[in-house]
Ligand binder design. Sequence first.
Ligand SMILES: Cc1cc2nc3c(=O)[nH]c(=O)nc-3n(C[C@H](O)[C@H](O)[C@H](O)COP(=O)(O)OP(=O)(O)OC[C@H]3O[C@@H](n4cnc5c(N)ncnc54)[C@H](O)[C@@H]3O)c2cc1C
Length: 524
Amino acid sequence: MTTTAGPFAGTARLTARRRELELSSLADRPSVDLLVIGGGVTGAGVALDAAARGLCVALVESRDLAFGTSRWSSKLVHGGLRYLASGRIGVARESAVERGVLMTRTAPHLVRPLPQLVPLLDGLFRPGQAALVRAGFHAGDALRLSAGTPGGLLPRVRRVGADRARVLVPGLRGAGLSGALVAHDGQLVDDARLVVALARTAAQYGATVLTRVRAEEVTGTGARLVDTLTGASFSLNARAVVNATGVWAGEVDPSIRLRPSRGTHLVVDAAALGRPLAALTVPVPGSTSRFVFALPQQLGRVAIGLTDEDAPGPVPDEPQPSEAEVDFLLDTVNGALETALTRADVRGAYAGLRPLIDTGDGATADISRQHAVLESPNGVITVVGGKLTTYRRMAEDAVDTAVRLRELSARACWTARLPLVGAPGHRGSRPVPEGEVAASLLARHGGAAGEVLAVGEELLGAGYGAPVADGIDVSRAEIAYALTHEGALDVEDVLHRRTRIGLVAADTERARAAVEGITAKVSV
Ligand SMILES: Cc1cc2nc3c(=O)[nH]c(=O)nc-3n(C[C@H](O)[C@H](O)[C@H](O)COP(=O)(O)OP(=O)(O)OC[C@H]3O[C@@H](n4cnc5c(N)ncnc54)[C@H](O)[C@@H]3O)c2cc1C
């Protein structure tokens, strides 16, 4: 049986060298308790859950950590409010509980409370709709309370006047504004960083985490693993196999039939909405339950989303927004703005695919909110659907299923008490006194911020703390750290998944030369 002992035992460092050594050690003794396929939030969560229970785990990701849907989300850590509206109380409560776990124990450094503002504007709501929203927010408060999340962390819903509303969202239309409802939810600084933190923590607990390794010929007892960097391959035996490949699940296990739906976001400068402090929530005209959100993000941006478009056919590597989606999002958000946004304001756009199960006869079953754990006739265990917020619960259910079906010997799940890399209580985390490092560095790295700077100073010398390019709030030290600790293998990994500079093409081009220079200098 392969174990991940040796030079990397107990460390959360992911590097090219570690990948190379662990891949060759796995090829030499190709047997594990659990093979996890897919390095999105679900697969990384499964690997952590299983490794922390003492199982021997290998996770393979064909491209990079967070390459798929996990980096295209709205980055919200939901309290489950929207599921209440459709009467799915169990799903709503599960979300609220998992939100509390993330915000108080496992990743409080990556999740912040986000005020969500619903403007009370003449003509924006249909009669009675604002009252429904208010009732929903109060129900959300009740959910938060029942999940045990303190009001100090997520304040309860309140009504504010028009002046305060325009402090929170300065770009709001003034005419006809009588005030706003303000509720709170959780927001990730970056969805991809949650995935990387999960994968690194899993590696620390002994999981072998391998990017650029594709699983082929997958069965319930193993797969052929292909190193996409060299083309070399070998067969791995596993007592259980978990397929966590999201919208690609049907390619790995043909008994699963998915029919994805696309969700698109636009990226605009925060300045275009007056640098909002809250997420603006605008109802979609003609719908009682759909909203478009303008969500403040890191790096001085706002993400405006989202759509829900049928996306049949082959699953693309990177889904592309349609022109009609761009128009729909701009038109909807403009209904609440003083100065309308135009296409010239759009600095970038991105789309992700939700997995819907195809039930045949043209119908789909929506599992994009509630997850499913399915065992196929050949024994592959697929975990699909759900959301970022509930990844931990999905992982627990998938590993429980593997343990039960394959009679694996494992302790009970304890990930609800397991702080991720950078969280308070994680063994590598060091408290950083407020004001001592840049707030953005702290928001992305938490208790690992000191380590990031130390790595930068050692490897880059003078200027390690400077921005990677003018006006881009990511330090040169973070670029180095992505390569020395976070498993980035090349410039694209750094630009698109360890940082989110890649969300705006113009920024990518401005930062590219510096990222290439640091990548060439830092060899691991
Ligand atoms: C537009 C949109 C917005 C969303 N917003 C939110 C939100 O705000 N909050 C929230 O909680 N949830 C949100 N969600 C849901 C959430 O993003 C997804 O549920 C979650 O990211 C799915 O993660 P995953 O790991 O299952 O799939 P993915 O992230 O897609 O990971 C699957 C991985 O498998 C890999 N892979 C595929 N085939 C193979 C193979 N043969 N071998 C090895 N690896 C392979 C892929 O490269 C990929 O990296 C949103 C979803 C969408 C679509």
